[in-house]
Design a protein. Structure first.
Length: 306
Protein backbone atom coordinates (compact mmCIF):
# COMPACT_ATOMS: atom_id res chain seq x y z
CA UNK A 1 0.00 0.00 0.00
CA UNK A 2 1.50 3.36 -1.04
CA UNK A 3 1.39 6.23 1.39
CA UNK A 4 1.20 9.95 0.74
CA UNK A 5 4.34 11.71 1.94
CA UNK A 6 3.31 13.93 4.86
CA UNK A 7 3.79 17.65 4.59
CA UNK A 8 6.56 19.36 6.55
CA UNK A 9 3.83 21.33 8.34
CA UNK A 10 2.15 18.16 9.61
CA UNK A 11 5.48 16.68 10.71
CA UNK A 12 6.40 19.89 12.52
CA UNK A 13 3.09 19.78 14.40
CA UNK A 14 3.72 16.16 15.38
CA UNK A 15 7.28 16.81 16.63
CA UNK A 16 6.09 19.87 18.58
CA UNK A 17 3.28 17.89 20.26
CA UNK A 18 5.68 15.13 21.34
CA UNK A 19 8.20 17.67 22.65
CA UNK A 20 5.53 19.70 24.48
CA UNK A 21 3.86 16.66 26.01
CA UNK A 22 0.40 18.14 25.51
CA UNK A 23 -1.74 19.42 22.67
CA UNK A 24 -2.52 22.59 24.61
CA UNK A 25 1.13 23.53 25.03
CA UNK A 26 1.91 22.62 21.42
CA UNK A 27 -0.95 24.82 20.22
CA UNK A 28 0.49 27.74 22.21
CA UNK A 29 3.94 27.22 20.73
CA UNK A 30 2.56 26.96 17.20
CA UNK A 31 0.06 29.83 17.66
CA UNK A 32 -2.83 27.59 16.59
CA UNK A 33 -6.00 26.32 18.16
CA UNK A 34 -6.00 22.96 19.93
CA UNK A 35 -8.59 21.63 17.50
CA UNK A 36 -6.36 22.54 14.53
CA UNK A 37 -3.42 20.72 16.10
CA UNK A 38 -5.56 17.65 16.88
CA UNK A 39 -6.90 17.62 13.32
CA UNK A 40 -3.36 17.78 11.91
CA UNK A 41 -2.33 14.82 14.08
CA UNK A 42 -5.30 12.69 13.01
CA UNK A 43 -4.61 13.51 9.36
CA UNK A 44 -0.97 12.49 9.75
CA UNK A 45 -1.92 9.19 11.40
CA UNK A 46 -4.36 8.46 8.57
CA UNK A 47 -1.72 9.25 5.95
CA UNK A 48 0.80 6.93 7.61
CA UNK A 49 -1.85 4.35 8.56
CA UNK A 50 -0.26 4.06 12.02
CA UNK A 51 -1.03 5.30 15.55
CA UNK A 52 1.54 7.88 16.66
CA UNK A 53 -0.04 9.39 19.77
CA UNK A 54 -1.83 7.99 22.83
CA UNK A 55 -4.27 10.52 24.28
CA UNK A 56 -4.17 10.37 28.08
CA UNK A 57 -6.32 11.97 30.73
CA UNK A 58 -3.69 14.69 31.10
CA UNK A 59 -1.54 15.32 28.08
CA UNK A 60 -0.39 12.85 25.47
CA UNK A 61 2.21 10.12 25.07
CA UNK A 62 3.77 8.94 21.83
CA UNK A 63 3.40 5.29 20.91
CA UNK A 64 6.61 3.29 20.61
CA UNK A 65 6.56 3.89 16.86
CA UNK A 66 5.66 7.55 17.35
CA UNK A 67 8.56 8.07 19.78
CA UNK A 68 11.05 6.62 17.30
CA UNK A 69 9.59 8.70 14.48
CA UNK A 70 9.71 11.92 16.53
CA UNK A 71 13.30 11.21 17.58
CA UNK A 72 14.42 10.86 13.96
CA UNK A 73 12.52 13.97 12.89
CA UNK A 74 13.64 16.08 15.84
CA UNK A 75 17.22 16.59 14.66
CA UNK A 76 16.38 17.95 11.19
CA UNK A 77 13.68 20.26 12.54
CA UNK A 78 16.04 21.55 15.24
CA UNK A 79 18.60 22.28 12.50
CA UNK A 80 15.98 24.13 10.44
CA UNK A 81 14.85 26.19 13.43
CA UNK A 82 18.43 27.01 14.45
CA UNK A 83 19.41 28.05 10.92
CA UNK A 84 16.30 30.22 10.53
CA UNK A 85 16.86 31.97 13.84
CA UNK A 86 20.53 32.57 13.15
CA UNK A 87 20.13 33.84 9.60
CA UNK A 88 16.69 35.41 9.36
CA UNK A 89 15.17 36.00 12.81
CA UNK A 90 17.90 37.19 15.20
CA UNK A 91 15.41 39.21 17.24
CA UNK A 92 12.77 36.49 17.56
CA UNK A 93 11.99 35.76 21.22
CA UNK A 94 11.47 32.14 22.16
CA UNK A 95 9.38 31.12 25.14
CA UNK A 96 10.30 28.83 28.01
CA UNK A 97 8.23 27.94 31.07
CA UNK A 98 9.57 27.61 34.62
CA UNK A 99 7.62 26.44 37.66
CA UNK A 100 8.67 27.27 41.20
CA UNK A 101 7.06 28.23 44.50
CA UNK A 102 5.58 31.73 44.80
CA UNK A 103 7.86 32.63 47.71
CA UNK A 104 10.99 31.51 45.85
CA UNK A 105 9.88 33.49 42.81
CA UNK A 106 9.20 36.61 44.89
CA UNK A 107 12.26 36.64 47.14
CA UNK A 108 14.91 35.04 44.95
CA UNK A 109 14.08 34.95 41.23
CA UNK A 110 12.32 38.27 40.60
CA UNK A 111 15.35 40.30 41.78
CA UNK A 112 17.40 38.38 39.17
CA UNK A 113 15.10 38.71 36.17
CA UNK A 114 17.08 41.64 34.76
CA UNK A 115 20.24 39.49 34.89
CA UNK A 116 18.34 36.64 33.21
CA UNK A 117 17.15 38.89 30.38
CA UNK A 118 20.69 40.15 29.86
CA UNK A 119 21.93 36.56 29.57
CA UNK A 120 19.03 35.39 27.35
CA UNK A 121 17.87 38.46 25.46
CA UNK A 122 16.01 36.37 22.85
CA UNK A 123 14.11 34.29 25.42
CA UNK A 124 10.80 35.02 27.13
CA UNK A 125 10.51 33.26 30.52
CA UNK A 126 6.98 32.25 31.52
CA UNK A 127 6.71 31.76 35.28
CA UNK A 128 4.23 29.25 36.70
CA UNK A 129 4.25 29.90 40.45
CA UNK A 130 2.61 27.27 42.64
CA UNK A 131 3.37 25.26 45.77
CA UNK A 132 2.11 22.14 43.98
CA UNK A 133 4.47 19.85 42.13
CA UNK A 134 3.23 20.05 38.55
CA UNK A 135 3.56 17.19 36.09
CA UNK A 136 6.13 18.76 33.76
CA UNK A 137 5.19 16.68 30.71
CA UNK A 138 1.43 16.78 31.32
CA UNK A 139 1.36 20.51 32.07
CA UNK A 140 3.84 21.47 29.35
CA UNK A 141 6.45 22.91 31.73
CA UNK A 142 10.08 23.05 30.56
CA UNK A 143 11.98 23.50 33.83
CA UNK A 144 11.18 23.23 37.54
CA UNK A 145 12.98 24.29 40.70
CA UNK A 146 11.91 21.69 43.26
CA UNK A 147 12.22 21.85 47.03
CA UNK A 148 12.80 18.57 48.91
CA UNK A 149 12.37 18.52 52.68
CA UNK A 150 15.20 15.95 52.72
CA UNK A 151 17.72 14.88 50.12
CA UNK A 152 16.06 12.63 47.50
CA UNK A 153 17.32 9.11 47.06
CA UNK A 154 18.49 7.86 43.71
CA UNK A 155 20.01 9.85 40.84
CA UNK A 156 19.36 13.60 41.00
CA UNK A 157 20.35 16.73 39.19
CA UNK A 158 22.56 19.31 40.87
CA UNK A 159 21.38 19.85 44.45
CA UNK A 160 21.72 22.80 46.80
CA UNK A 161 21.69 22.59 50.60
CA UNK A 162 19.23 24.81 52.45
CA UNK A 163 20.51 26.46 55.63
CA UNK A 164 18.41 28.20 58.28
CA UNK A 165 19.49 30.68 60.95
CA UNK A 166 17.96 33.45 63.09
CA UNK A 167 17.82 36.85 61.39
CA UNK A 168 16.65 40.26 62.51
CA UNK A 169 16.81 43.93 61.64
CA UNK A 170 20.10 45.67 62.54
CA UNK A 171 17.94 47.85 64.80
CA UNK A 172 17.17 44.77 66.93
CA UNK A 173 20.65 43.21 67.21
CA UNK A 174 24.03 43.30 65.50
CA UNK A 175 26.21 41.30 67.91
CA UNK A 176 25.96 37.75 69.23
CA UNK A 177 25.20 38.92 72.79
CA UNK A 178 22.49 41.30 71.58
CA UNK A 179 20.94 38.52 69.49
CA UNK A 180 20.92 36.07 72.40
CA UNK A 181 19.18 38.64 74.56
CA UNK A 182 16.66 39.43 71.80
CA UNK A 183 15.90 35.73 71.38
CA UNK A 184 15.26 35.38 75.10
CA UNK A 185 13.26 38.58 75.61
CA UNK A 186 11.93 39.67 72.22
CA UNK A 187 9.34 38.38 69.75
CA UNK A 188 9.86 35.12 67.82
CA UNK A 189 8.29 35.13 64.36
CA UNK A 190 6.91 31.71 63.44
CA UNK A 191 6.58 30.76 59.77
CA UNK A 192 3.47 28.57 59.50
CA UNK A 193 4.84 27.00 56.32
CA UNK A 194 7.80 25.71 58.37
CA UNK A 195 6.14 25.31 61.74
CA UNK A 196 8.91 23.21 63.38
CA UNK A 197 11.94 25.21 62.24
CA UNK A 198 12.62 26.91 65.59
CA UNK A 199 12.34 23.66 67.53
CA UNK A 200 14.66 21.85 65.12
CA UNK A 201 17.19 24.68 65.14
CA UNK A 202 17.26 24.83 68.95
CA UNK A 203 17.61 21.04 69.20
CA UNK A 204 20.66 21.14 66.90
CA UNK A 205 22.54 23.67 69.07
CA UNK A 206 25.60 22.46 70.93
CA UNK A 207 24.50 24.40 74.02
CA UNK A 208 20.97 25.24 75.24
CA UNK A 209 19.59 28.63 74.23
CA UNK A 210 16.60 30.30 75.82
CA UNK A 211 13.80 31.35 73.46
CA UNK A 212 11.14 33.89 74.29
CA UNK A 213 7.56 32.74 74.76
CA UNK A 214 6.34 35.78 72.79
CA UNK A 215 5.37 34.32 69.43
CA UNK A 216 3.74 35.73 66.31
CA UNK A 217 2.60 33.37 63.56
CA UNK A 218 2.80 34.50 59.94
CA UNK A 219 1.71 32.65 56.81
CA UNK A 220 4.96 32.20 54.88
CA UNK A 221 8.61 33.21 54.50
CA UNK A 222 7.70 36.34 52.55
CA UNK A 223 5.69 37.81 55.42
CA UNK A 224 7.99 36.48 58.15
CA UNK A 225 11.18 37.92 56.66
CA UNK A 226 9.54 41.27 55.87
CA UNK A 227 8.26 41.53 59.44
CA UNK A 228 11.78 40.83 60.72
CA UNK A 229 13.25 43.43 58.35
CA UNK A 230 10.78 45.97 59.77
CA UNK A 231 12.10 45.25 63.30
CA UNK A 232 8.95 43.43 64.44
CA UNK A 233 10.80 40.35 65.71
CA UNK A 234 13.30 37.60 64.94
CA UNK A 235 12.69 35.20 62.05
CA UNK A 236 14.32 32.01 60.85
CA UNK A 237 16.07 32.94 57.62
CA UNK A 238 16.38 30.24 54.95
CA UNK A 239 18.68 30.28 51.98
CA UNK A 240 18.22 31.29 49.22
CA UNK A 241 15.11 33.24 50.31
CA UNK A 242 16.98 35.43 52.78
CA UNK A 243 20.10 35.99 50.68
CA UNK A 244 19.19 39.33 49.08
CA UNK A 245 17.86 40.78 52.34
CA UNK A 246 21.19 39.96 53.98
CA UNK A 247 23.13 41.39 51.05
CA UNK A 248 21.22 44.66 51.22
CA UNK A 249 21.69 44.87 54.99
CA UNK A 250 17.98 44.84 55.79
CA UNK A 251 18.59 41.69 57.84
CA UNK A 252 21.60 40.44 59.78
CA UNK A 253 22.52 37.04 61.24
CA UNK A 254 24.66 37.69 64.33
CA UNK A 255 24.73 33.99 65.33
CA UNK A 256 26.12 32.80 61.99
CA UNK A 257 24.84 30.80 59.03
CA UNK A 258 25.82 27.27 59.99
CA UNK A 259 22.59 25.26 60.43
CA UNK A 260 21.66 22.94 57.49
CA UNK A 261 17.91 22.30 57.66
CA UNK A 262 18.12 19.01 55.72
CA UNK A 263 16.17 20.52 52.83
CA UNK A 264 17.59 20.83 49.31
CA UNK A 265 16.65 22.57 46.09
CA UNK A 266 16.96 20.90 42.69
CA UNK A 267 16.74 22.19 39.12
CA UNK A 268 14.85 19.70 36.91
CA UNK A 269 14.36 19.59 33.16
CA UNK A 270 11.25 17.97 31.71
CA UNK A 271 11.87 14.29 31.10
CA UNK A 272 11.24 12.76 27.69
CA UNK A 273 11.48 16.09 25.89
CA UNK A 274 14.20 17.24 23.52
CA UNK A 275 16.81 18.91 25.69
CA UNK A 276 18.03 21.69 23.45
CA UNK A 277 21.10 23.78 24.07
CA UNK A 278 18.97 26.65 25.35
CA UNK A 279 17.20 24.40 27.88
CA UNK A 280 20.56 23.25 29.18
CA UNK A 281 21.87 26.82 29.27
CA UNK A 282 18.88 28.09 31.26
CA UNK A 283 19.10 25.19 33.72
CA UNK A 284 22.81 25.90 34.18
CA UNK A 285 22.11 29.62 34.73
CA UNK A 286 19.49 28.85 37.37
CA UNK A 287 21.84 26.41 39.07
CA UNK A 288 24.67 28.94 39.13
CA UNK A 289 22.33 31.60 40.55
CA UNK A 290 21.24 29.20 43.30
CA UNK A 291 24.88 28.29 44.01
CA UNK A 292 25.67 31.95 44.68
CA UNK A 293 23.05 32.00 47.46
CA UNK A 294 23.35 28.45 48.80
CA UNK A 295 25.70 25.54 49.39
CA UNK A 296 26.08 22.89 46.69
CA UNK A 297 25.49 19.36 47.96
CA UNK A 298 28.66 17.25 47.58
CA UNK A 299 28.40 14.22 45.32
CA UNK A 300 27.55 10.91 46.90
CA UNK A 301 30.80 9.07 47.77
CA UNK A 302 31.44 6.04 45.60
CA UNK A 303 31.24 2.72 47.43
CA UNK A 304 34.31 0.58 46.87
CA UNK A 305 33.50 -2.89 45.54
CA UNK A 306 33.76 -5.68 48.10
Amino acid sequence: MSRTTPSLQALHVFVTVVDAGSIREAAERLHRTESAVSHQLRTLERQLDAPLIERLRRGIRPTALGARYAERLGGPFADIERATQQLFEPATRRSMSLTLSPVLASLWLVPRLAEFEAAFDDLSLRLVTTDRWLDLAGDGIDIAIRYHARRPSGPSNRLFIERGFPVCSPAVATTENQMRRALAEGRILVNQAQIDEWRLWRAALAEPLELSRRRERLADSNLTLEAAAQGYGIAMGREPLVFDLLQRGRLVAPLGLDFPTGGVYEVQLRQGATRTDVHQAVAAWLGDALAQAMVTVPAEPEVAPT
